[in-house]
Design a protein around this ligand. Structure first.
Ligand SMILES: NC(=O)c1ccc[n+]([C@@H]2O[C@H](COP(=O)([O-])OP(=O)(O)OC[C@H]3O[C@@H](n4cnc5c(N)ncnc54)[C@H](O)[C@@H]3O)[C@@H](O)[C@H]2O)c1
Length: 257
């Protein structure tokens, strides 16, 4: 794949295998495209079949190596099986991006134990079990990079999604809780926390005039965040350029928080 912009090319990502959860749309899709553009071989899972297939077809037509499988990450066995299948197809993974999430709105009063468990099953649990599945391969490779997508939403007291806030706040705990033990094998673990990123879902569901005003009031930078802005940080952390960064949270929020 050739460079399509003046942005950095990471030679260390060429030919490397990367696994991404929720890669079919939004920030995940931007990361799939960004890694393919770097010459990495990308595997991803998603439940959005039409969008995922279209993305994979488009990137393969450009010469990219893309593997994808329909997988509902709430099913831990299915997620770990998909990682195993992808590993059989591509080889061990140098990088894992735990991206999948759903920021559905809910109130304190409406949450049942079943709803709580379901929110954790999509927003919290998959990251832990995906790490469990890729680490043996990273050890075989002599190292790796795990990037967990957090959020600045709970840090700026975002309301309307308390279960999502709980799950997202725990991402820093996952990163901090594993970085030391995995670091002995040169496996790095970091959190990347986006601010308010203009994915199609965010624009269609939540962005209104009040939201536009909020962005202008809270961000230091005037421009809206794009999915590709988050992908650029993830590329750095997956590459050898980020070799001595671990156990940290990196925010891409235009200075909001
Ligand atoms: N967009 C933002 O403003 C924003 C802000 C802060 C943090 N984040 C974080 O960034 C990451 C990506 O966010 P996004 O806005 O692109 O999300 P999104 O909802 O647009 O996309 C998430 C992807 O996950 C897939 N998915 C959802 N449930 C699934 C399931 N059960 N199994 C498999 N796939 C499933 C969706 O189909 C979609 O492709 C998330 O971790 C999110 O918490 C996003």
């Amino acid at each position: 794949m050739s460079a399509v912009s003046g942005l950095a090319q990471y030679l260390s990502l060429r030919g490397k295998n990367v696994f991404i959860t929720g890669g079919g749309t939004g920030i995940g899709a931007a990361m799939v495209s960004a890694f393919v553009e770097q010459g990495a071989h990308v595997a991803f899972v998603d439940v959005a079949a039409t969008e995922s297939e279209a993305l994979a077809t488009q990137l393969r037509a450009q010469g990219g190596t893309v593997w994808w499988q329909h997988c509902d990450v709430r099913d831990v066995a299915a997620l770990q099986q998909a990682i195993g299948d992808a590993q059989t197809a591509l080889g061990d993974f140098s990088a894992l991006v735990n991206n999948v999430a759903r920021d559905d709105r809910h109130t304190l009063e409406s949450v049942t134990p079943e709803y709580w468990d379901e929110r954790m099953a999509v927003n919290q649990r998959p990251a832990f079990f995906a790490i469990q599945a890729v680490v043996p391969g990273m050890r075989r490779l002599g190292g790796g990079s795990v990037i967990n997508l957090g959020s600045t939403g709970w840090q700026t007291k975002g309301s309307g999604y308390p279960c999502y806030a709980v799950a997202k706040s725990s991402v820093n705990g996952l990163t901090r809780g594993l970085a030391d033990s995995l670091g002995a094998d040169r496996i790095r673990v970091n959190t990347v926390s986006p601010g308010w990123v203009m994915t199609e879902r965010q624009i269609s569901m939540w962005l209104d005039a009040a939201g536009e005003a909020e962005i202008q009031r809270n961000q230091c930078l005037p421009d809206k965040l794009r999915p590709s802005d988050v992908a650029r940080m993830v590329l750095f952390l997956a590459s050898d350029d980020g070799a001595m960064c671990t156990a940290q949270e990196f925010k891409v929020d235009a200075g909001w928080s």
